[in-house]
Design a protein around this ligand. Structure first.
Ligand SMILES: NC(=O)c1ccc[n+]([C@@H]2O[C@H](COP(=O)([O-])OP(=O)(O)OC[C@H]3O[C@@H](n4cnc5c(N)ncnc54)[C@H](OP(=O)(O)O)[C@@H]3O)[C@@H](O)[C@H]2O)c1
Length: 308
């Protein structure tokens, strides 16, 4: 009978390299142990961005449409048709994403209801994976020039509007959880931005603990209390959202080169604003990594926690 001959160079390979340590390394490699954690990417079907006509909101739409796996539908909200230029430019170039423009002033309840109805009509059982509560105002006034109307306008826009949107869109966020789990069993365990999430664009200046940090800014009083109210209201909703499998975070975009950013910090403060593209790309990157441990949290765009 002919002896089975194993090629010598292969024998040498087994002898020298296929040691028990090698096998263990292979096993660890295959199971992912000891490897740097895989970076999550966003896989969204549907997103809604409020205040999408300019600044951070417009950039969110631009970058969402440009994701490696872009959403199928982005609902971008506006108040005035004359401000749709930037969104129209994105729409023309968008190949995989359908851009739906929704008229929405977040201080008008009937417009919130109508916008939510449109989301139901267009997205249906797919639901809404991500609501970005971005629309906001920031105007400065010294104490002696404050009026109740001025204070209420900030409160209604920056705190009440986002809460009412969560209320109206909750069934669609729930649909998104069910739809994602049904179509991708086990792929998005726990709370995950690709499944269902609310991202609230807050501001570090809404932090009560950091209220005494410089710059202490008397004219920002209306803005700062409205962002503190946003944080508190979302904190109050975090238990409910978690019970429905919906992730929620408050994020500070940084000091960003937008008309609002320029109004917030006058040039003489010596702070360097960042580009809108940089702010939004890091927020999206951080959001993709957010898990249960960040739920209900108040974080910087790079994920660092901010004290409430
Ligand atoms: N820029 C910064 O440095 C900075 C820092 C911290 C936090 N933030 C937060 O980031 C978010 C976006 O700010 P931004 O810098 O991009 O400001 P922006 O350039 O002034 O844009 C604000 C957006 O919000 C919309 N908006 C304002 N009031 C609204 C209302 N009642 N209903 C619906 N939409 C409304 C505006 O729509 P119109 O075009 O119709 O006016 C616009 O699209 C805000 O929540 C802001 O507080 C910004």
């Amino acid at each position: 009978m002919m002896a089975l001959r194993f090629p010598k160079h292969l024998l040498r390979f087994f002898h020298e390299f296929v040691t028990p340590e090698f096998c263990l390394r292979q096993k660890r490699f295959q199971s992912g142990v000891g490897q740097p954690p895989k970076e999550q990417t966003l896989e969204l079907d549907t997103v809604m961005v409020t205040g999408a006509t300019r600044g951070i909101g417009l950039e969110f739409v631009r970058q969402l449409v440009g994701l490696p796996k872009p959403p199928r539908i982005v609902f971008a909200t506006y108040r005035n048709e004359n401000t749709l230029m930037g969104l129209n430019e994105i729409k023309i170039r968008s190949e995989s994403t359908k851009l739906e423009f929704l008229r929405l002033d977040v201080t008008i309840q009937s417009e919130i209801t109508q916008a939510a109805e449109k989301v139901v009509e267009v997205a249906g059982f797919v639901g809404l994976n991500l609501l970005i509560n971005n629309a906001g105002i920031a105007r400065n006034r010294m104490l002696m020039d404050l009026s109740p109307y001025f204070m209420e306008e900030h409160f209604k826009t920056n705190a009440v509007g986002p809460v009412m949107l969560v209320k109206e869109l909750l069934p669609m966020l729930q649909n998104a959880v069910m739809n994602k789990d049904w179509n991708n069993p086990g792929k998005f365990p726990g709370l995950n931005a690709s499944k269902a999430a609310v991202l609230n664009i807050s501001a570090w200046s809404g932090s009560l603990q950091r209220a005494m940090d410089p710059p202490i800014f008397e004219p920002e009083i209306a803005y700062r209390i409205s962002k503190a109210a946003l944080n508190m209201s979302m904190r109050c909703l975090s238990g409910l959202l978690k019970s429905h499998g919906i992730l929620m975070v408050q994020m500070n975009p940084g000091y960003v080169k937008t008309s609002l950013g320029r109004r917030l910090v006058p040039p003489h403060e010596g702070l360097n604003p960042i580009e809108v593209s940089e702010s939004v790309s890091s927020m999206l990157k951080t959001l993709a990594q957010c898990k249960e441990s960040q739920h209900g949290g108040f974080i910087e765009r790079n994920g660092a926690p901010i004290p409430y």
